[in-house]
Design a protein around this ligand. Structure first.
Ligand code: ADP
Ligand code: MG
Ligand code: MG
Length: 252
């Protein structure tokens, strides 16, 4: 089992405190959703987990299986089994999607057990077909104009190829039409197992109709203010964040 543990996390961006004492544990075998109003720090959490230099941890820690992320490079985090959709910016020059995925898979395997070209291609064809992606898309250069929907689909392809232990999926539903949303959901659901956990960040309940989470967390003003099961998302959809603020007596 792999565990991502976030403990009393405080993060500042450009001198302003955004995360104000966030606690969270994600184990393999669990799908967690974080919902919350715009600007509440959801993306700040995912960027901090993956080590984006603009996000400064001022208090608290993040651990993967007891190893402190503060002492790990971005590459080391990926090797430890973390995956962040959007962690590989489309601006990477001169690298094809396929080359990138092979390098990422091999970075997680010992030197003397690199994936063979044959098994890589077999795996790629299988996942690509499952996601209804063209061969051309898989072969494209990473900096070559993926549309919003293609980008999301491609992130799911990368995730299925790399097979991380814990995936952080920030707004994988944004900008998707209903068909693309179904494909993306099919990809995430196909990963569900005791060897895989995910933290899905979303504004909308809609995604959670397709990928039913085990836990739903509501984040407001830089903290998790409520945790429940999938029904919590439905309740939020019906009552809005205002209803929850009233219930919790929050004035944020
Ligand atoms: P969410 O994902 O919940 O909508 P974000 O984490 O993106 O929220 O943003 C939280 C707050 O941090 C916002 O006020 C946003 O303007 C600020 N913020 C996030 N990233 C940066 C950045 N790189 N530079 C300056 N401010 C930022
Ligand atoms: Mg935002
Ligand atoms: Mg965001």
């Amino acid at each position: 089992m792999t565990t991502l543990k976030v403990e009393n996390l405080h993060v500042s961006v450009a001198g302003k405190e955004i995360l104000k004492g966030l606690d969270l544990i994600v184990n393999t075998g669990e799908i967690h959703a974080i919902m919350g109003p715009n600007g509440t720090g959801k993306s700040t959490l995912s960027q901090t987990i993956m080590g984006h230099p603009a996000y400064q941890v001022t208090q608290g820690n993040i651990y993967i299986d007891g190893q402190n992320l503060a002492e790990m490079s971005v590459d080391a985090r990926a090797r430890a089994g973390l995956f962040l959709a959007m962690q590989y910016p489309s601006e990477i020059q001169g690298v094809t999607n396929t080359e990138f995925m092979r390098a990422a898979i091999n970075a997680r395997r010992p030197e003397d057990d690199q994936i063979s070209v044959m098994s890589f291609i077999e795996k790629l064809d299988e996942k690509r077909e499952f996601l209804a992606m063209t061969e051309e898309m898989a072969e494209r250069y990473l900096n070559e104009g993926f549309s919003g929907g293609e980008k999301k689909r491609n992130e799911i392809l990368q995730m299925m190829m790399i097979q991380p232990q814990i995936a952080i999926l920030d707004e994988i539903d944004s900008g998707l039409d209903i068909d693309a949303l179904k494909v993306v959901s099919r990809g995430v659901n196909s990963m569900r197992s005791n060897e895989f956990g995910a933290l899905m960040i979303t504004h909308y309940q809609r995604l959670l109709d397709y990928i039913v989470p085990d836990f739903v967390h509501v984040m407001m003003d830089g903290k998790i203010v409520k945790t429940g099961d999938a029904n919590l998302a439905k309740k939020l959809e019906a009552e809005g964040y205002a209803g929850l603020r009233d219930e919790l007596g929050l004035d944020v």
